[in-house]
Design a protein around this ligand. Structure first.
Ligand SMILES: [Zn+2]
Length: 504
């Protein structure tokens, strides 16, 4: 007899419908699976068989079992088809008369004891079958409910599924996760001193500018970067859904409310491999850190310590907002629109205690050369971060809280989007002339910087974008004033020439 059961498989962050057809009939006893399963998927036979036997049901050992996974052109990855295959074998071997099988889509991995195990990517897989009710592992129910409006069913064992398919009740979904378990973004009020770096962070948030922080170890670069997401607006609905799919596909815990609404922060270590950062992998096409940072912030501490190939691989996603990964016959496009915040020491010794740096100009130049020019060109802001002074550490009270800064950021972003439909980081040179005219005094100042060789053509473009953002933060809608340009120039430390970090 032939049985047809619906399921889905995951490629990158996208679910693809899969129809599992099983024929159990006479012939030479055996089990054959066709339709481009990968190794893990092919092993479903052993898991399904053990799970069926553990559930006190029968496996058709003396029959010929043929499993076809359609469409045959799509590669089936991982163990997510286990449950669908087991159910189809049970139905095709006529062990029970199923009720309502046609409207269901089964997603889940089987344990040898018959348990139904959670797997990554339940959200995108359930979303690709909107016409069907997804039956998912109990641990994944909230994830599936996020994209199906709560219509999903759940089960924690094959027995529960068979029970429900023979007219019994589906198990109740597990209780909603406690919102108190959601991590809160840290507050800017915890940062003492650091007026320039705080301002740089605010400008980065308001204009969507990529930010490079240059300063000695222990100056609080990480602490600052962690506070950027708390200054950003909630994700728009489309980005929130894309981020949720990426988190689900990577098996990262979703917030208690389901959708990823707060801009995420990802901080990969500099020893991270290409696959973990960019995504891919030899057997799966998993999203990497840059896709998990979609809609939020990617923080790369000690930027110069990342391998050159990894840094090079960032250029395309920074340009396109997506990353294309390909492995053998597989390829996928993953979301990767993030704000880049990077930190670097000013020199090989890290600057040491004030005055102790003995790195010469050549060593310093070699060190900074590791940061390739095309990558450095991405940073509109290069902010010098100094160690917090003793006065600031001892003095009472922290700085402004995130909520206050965030309200200014949101107002500035609203000005920019009302004016040009995008953030200022995306402004082209032509747009700048039309949308960010500078007043005469500022014009003269920029000319002087260019003539003195302190500013390149590209640098000028970036300073003007940043000045536009600073003007927006000041609510100055029309002309960019001299003050704004001066402030923008200060948010741009000169890397190769800087000796300021040696100063006591
Ligand atoms: Zn040094």
């Amino acid at each position: 007899m032939l049985a047809v059961v619906q399921s889905a498989t995951l490629l990158g962050v996208t679910g693809h419908p899969v129809t599992v057809e099983v024929q159990v009939g006479t012939g030479l006893p055996g089990f054959q699976m066709v339709g481009l399963p990968d190794t893990v998927c092919r092993e479903a036979r052993d898991r399904a068989r053990a799970a069926v036997l553990s559930s006190e049901l029968e496996w058709p050992t003396s029959k010929r079992v043929v499993v076809n996974l359609a469409p045959s052109g799509v590669r089936k990855l991982g163990a997510g088809l286990d449950v669908a295959i087991a159910v189809a074998v049970l139905v095709a071997s006529q062990q029970f008369e199923p009720v309502g099988l046609d409207g269901l889509c089964f997603l889940g991995e089987l344990g040898l004891d018959g348990s139904v195990r959670a797997l990554p990517g339940v959200a995108p897989m359930a979303a690709c079958r909107p016409d069907l009710v997804a039956v998912v592992p109990a641990a994944s129910w909230h994830e599936a409910a996020t994209v199906t409006g709560g219509a999903a069913r759940c089960a924690s064992s094959l027995r529960e599924i068979v029970h429900a398919l023979t007219g019994g009740r589906w198990p109740d979904p597990p209780p909603r996760p406690d919102p108190a378990d959601d991590p809160l973004p840290p507050d800017l009020a915890d940062v003492r001193g650091q007026p320039a770096a705080r301002f740089g962070l605010e400008v980065a948030a308001a204009g969507g500018h990529h930010l490079l922080m240059v300063g000695p170890p222990g100056s609080g670069k990480t602490m600052l970067a962690q506070r950027l997401p708390g200054l950003l607006p909630e994700l728009d609905p489309i980005t929130a859904l894309e981020a949720t799919m990426a988190h689900s596909a990577a098996g990262v815990r979703l917030p208690s409310a389901g959708l990823v609404r707060q801009p995420p922060l990802r901080a990969p270590h500099h020893s991270s491999s290409m696959v973990s950062l960019v995504g891919g992998g030899s057997h799966t096409l998993r999203p990497g850190e840059i896709s998990l940072a979609h809609g939020g912030v990617l923080f790369m501490d000690e930027l110069g310590e990342f391998s050159a190939t990894v840094l090079d691989a960032l250029r395309q996603p920074l340009e396109d907002g997506v990353v294309r990964v390909a492995r053998a016959s597989l390829h996928a496009t993953l979301p990767a629109r993030f704000q880049l915040v990077a930190a670097t020491n000013p020199c090989p010794c890290g600057g040491g205690p004030p005055g102790s740096c003995e790195c010469d100009e050549a060593a310093r130049a070699r060190y900074l050369k590791r940061l390739s020019k095309p990558l450095l060109d991405r940073f509109d802001l290069r902010v010098g971060v100094e160690r917090t002074s003793v006065d600031d550490l001892i003095g009472a009270g922290g700085g402004e809280p995130s909520a206050v800064v965030r309200s200014r950021v949101l107002a500035a972003r609203a000005l920019a989007t009302a004016r040009q439909g995008s953030l200022n980081a995306a402004l082209s040179a032509a747009q700048l002339d039309a949308l960010a005219p500078v007043e005469p005094r500022a014009h003269d100042r920029l000319r002087a910087e260019l003539e003195a060789g302190r500013l390149s053509g590209r640098g000028l473009h970036r300073v003007r974008k940043v000045a536009r953002t600073i003007a927006d933060l000041h609510g100055a809608a029309d002309v960019v004033a001299d003050d704004h340009v001066v402030a923008a120039l200060q948010l741009r430390v000169e890397l190769r020439r800087s000796r300021r970090f040696d100063a006591a």
